[in-house]
Write a protein that binds this ligand. Structure first.
Ligand code: ADP
Ligand code: ZN
Length: 674
């Protein structure tokens, strides 16, 4: 995947001549500033390459550690690192998190007044900034470009680089102008970073940002701590409530719904059932949205119910679950949205309720939606891939990774519902024929088309008002399907739709045959179906799961005797966060507090050895943390010596926050259709 052009090789050659120097300096910066033991995965290679002046396209999953890839080179190279990010509303949090680490960071965007901006400009020109965050629409202004050319720039980091792609729902026209950076600053290295995994997007990023010489770094897209689960949808709000009460009491998480209306209703439903939840969608005014996302970042255990307008770049590390009440439109979307869970590496759940109506609605939406035939075909194939993921009897993680062109473990992952409770399959050929025959007879004998509900009523021999009205009890297929329950028939219809053996037509979502339906009716092909589980698997015992104990938020896997220390540290952290008006994770991550509770340091030296405790944080909070521990009953186990590390540590977040679409930018909001 390496950059093969001449310039790419030149960049590599430069890297080699400087590698010794950048390497040790980068590592020293990682220890000193961030308090981390070692680089992760591709980070070191990216950092070395960029420190030496090379361009890079970095593809890493959410939580993979993209921020360090540009933060460390910005600190090591002379000048200011310019970070281009669309996430205006949370730049403040990002900068706060960096300042808490002692990094000289600033931002410029439309939320600032003239004076605030002048201060940042002056700092930049005086060489007093390590990092400067800018929105793309600001960067392209001639005034900004002029300012930048009067200062010293160490690198350009283009975050959320997939925004350059016209096909994704995150497309930002201002990103296209970023291709000019290379012409204007040919000697300044550029990094494009994204968590979007498809090859088409990689190609587009490289082309549109004009980075032919960039070296590509592709991390594994597996998120082993996320457990993937899909349950058959019956009463989604109640199913969600049950899931949250059983498995995530007190945890922070995101619930995605397709329509604004269902967002509002679901948030109300959860709140009235004792789960603190707030809505987020484009129909709410900007102030309410900002307040809700800020609460989500600052409070522990808040649930946000949202449309897909919420979440890009959100870097709250302890989102413990992402739930989908409606089917996402594509595997890419599903992967991005579920990826917001568990950035801290601790066990998290991606849970989805999915049913017959999802398939019908999505198919309808594509048919009646805007766009030309090519657009519709693409939307259709995206949906088909998503349906295949929902209906698979194989490992879901394996299917996800294969979709992104990566090699899954052939033995399965052990941490998804299909691995934990392998679904049974059965021969559904005869039931499939019954459904298809009913569709045929309605058409042929009556010239009618009906939706799935009526067809199932006919098969079950139900004399509903609508059945009587249309004399459907006179059809020869009336009552021929009493061997299955209504739920099972819905499962059959859903799978026929998902397999393309049945199609949806028109405004009312009537069922019609497809080109392949005939082969089933003529008995030329069998129809294997997935059995609808009686009771959806909760997969509690899965690898990476949380055991049977019902843990309190974030206290997962911590021995009972350490809980008081962990809770005391959290209370202390909450106090600090309140006083400073920053999210709690800006002070210390849960993972760091867990390690402190486990190691029980009694000196500043010992505390400094814990992952996530850098120089500045040690100076700011060291005494406070030691005082909290001193006020408790002492460690239940012997203290662990200096530089102990459980390897899960993480420090202050780079903090990118939640997206805030500029006012002139339409938000990706599907029509209300529920
Ligand atoms: P991304 O931007 O790729 O989603 P981040 O840069 O926010 O991911 O990093 C995810 C989490 O991992 C953060 O909490 C970060 O502090 C932590 N992290 C990143 N790199 C390291 C490392 N080398 N050692 C320990 N923790 C790390
Ligand atoms: Zn699996």
């Amino acid at each position: 995947m390496g950059g093969t052009s001449v310039i790419g090789e030149m960049a590599e050659a430069t890297a080699e001549t400087r590698v010794g120097q950048s390497d040790s300096e980068a590592l020293a910066t990682l220890h000193r500033v961030f308090g981390y033991e070692a680089f992760r995965g591709e980070q070191e290679a990216v950092v070395d390459h960029v420190v030496a002046g090379g361009d890079a396209v970095v593809l890493m999953p959410t939580g993979g550690g993209k921020s360090l890839c540009y933060q460390i080179p910005s600190l090591v190279r002379p000048g200011t690192g310019i970070v281009v990010s669309p996430l205006i509303a949370l730049m403040q949090d990002q900068v706060d998190a960096l300042r808490a680490l002692g990094v000289r960071a600033g931002f410029m965007n439309s939320t600032q007044d003239f004076d605030e901006r002048r201060v940042v400009e002056a700092e930049f020109l005086a060489g007093e900034l390590d990092l400067l965050y800018l929105a793309p629409e600001r960067l392209r202004l001639e005034g900004t470009l002029d300012l930048l050319s009067r200062g010293k720039i160490s690198l350009f980091a283009i975050d959320e680089a997939h925004c350059v792609s016209q096909w994704g729902h995150d497309f930002r026209p201002d990103y296209l102008a970023l291709s000019l950076l290379g012409e204007r600053w040919p000697d300044v290295p550029r990094l494009a970073l994204t968590a979007t995994a498809t090859h088409a997007t990689h190609r587009e990023i490289t082309e549109r940002l004009n980075m032919p010489a960039a070296r590509h770094f592709v991390a594994s897209f597996d998120r082993p701590n996320i457990q993937y689960r899909v349950v058959p949808k019956s009463d989604p709000k109640k199913q969600l409530l049950h899931f949250l009460r059983e498995e995530h009491p007190g945890d922070a998480g995101i619930v995605y719904c397709l329509s604004r209306n269902s967002v509002d209703k679901t948030a109300e439903f959860l709140s009235s059932n004792g789960i603190e939840a707030v809505p987020y969608h484009a129909g709410l005014d900007a102030g309410t949205r900002a307040a809700h996302q800020s609460r989500f970042l600052r409070e522990e255990g808040l649930v946000v119910v949202a449309t897909i307008a919420f979440g890009m770049g959100i870097d709250k590390p302890d989102v413990r679950f992402v739930a989908h009440l409606d089917l996402p439109k594509s595997v890419e979307g599903y992967y991005q949205e579920t990826g917001r869970a568990g950035r801290d590496g601790l066990p998290s759940t991606a849970w989805m309720a999915y049913g017959l109506n999802d398939v019908i609605q999505q198919r309808k939406l594509i048919q009646s939606g805007e766009g030309d035939e090519a657009f519709r075909r693409r939307a259709q194939s995206h949906l088909d891939a998503m349906l295949a993921l929902c209906e698979t009897a194989q490992c879901r993680r394996g299917q996800l990774l294969a979709y992104f062109g990566q090699d899954p473990d052939p033995a399965g992952c052990g941490n998804c519902d299909t691995c934990v409770t392998p679904p049974e399959t059965w021969d559904g050929t005869v039931p499939a024929q019954k459904v298809l025959s009913t569709v045929v007879r309605l058409k042929r004998e009556r010239g009618q088309k009906f939706g799935a509900g009526q067809i199932i009523d006919i098969l079950l021999g139900k004399r509903t008002a609508k059945v009587i009205q249309f004399d459907h009890d006179q059809l020869s297929v009336f009552g021929i399907g009493e061997e299955l329950t209504e739920g099972e028939w819905r499962g059959v219809a859903r799978q026929l739709l998902a397999q393309g053996l049945l199609a949806v037509e028109g405004e009312y979502g009537t069922l019609v045959l497809t080109e392949t339906s005939g082969s089933v009716l003529r008995r030329e092909r069998e129809v294997p179906l997935r059995k609808e589980p009686k009771k959806p698997a909760t997969a509690r015992s899965a690898g990476g799961g949380r055991g049977d104990r019902k843990p309190k938020a974030a206290a997962v896997e911590l021995p009972e005797e350490l809980l008081p220390a962990f809770e005391a540290l959290r209370a202390w952290r909450a106090e600090q966060a309140r006083e400073q008006g920053v999210p709690a994770y800006v002070i210390f991550h849960d993972a760091t507090l867990r390690e402190i509770a486990t190691a029980w340091p009694t000196s500043i030296g010992q505390l400094g050895g814990i992952s996530g405790v850098g120089e500045k944080k040690l100076a700011t909070y060291g005494e406070g943390v030691l005082a909290v521990l001193a006020g408790l009953n002492g460690p239940a186990t012997a203290p662990v010596p200096d530089r102990s590390s459980a390897g899960t540590g993480s420090g202050a977040d780079s903090g990118s926050g939640v997206d805030d679409w500029p006012e002139n930018e339409p938000e990706p909001e599907p029509d209300d259709w529920i």
